[in-house]
Design a binder for this molecule. Sequence first.
Ligand SMILES: [Zn+2]
Length: 67
Amino acid sequence: MVNARCPVCDEQVDIGNKPQLETTIDCPYCGTTLIIRSTGRKWSLEIYEEEGEEGEWEGGEEEEDLF
Ligand SMILES: [Zn+2]
């Protein structure tokens, strides 16, 4: 079993026997979505930030070029 430390709550999170790189998991302690990375032989977790979900703050009209 492999553990890696959650960067948010500092708990050891079980990431399974064969962790898959770039896979996201939810920390069971704080609920943060984390992505599995490896540095050398050690596994680490980073906060996963979704892309492309923001934009509400831009406001204004949507300008669509389609049709
Ligand atoms: Zn956590």
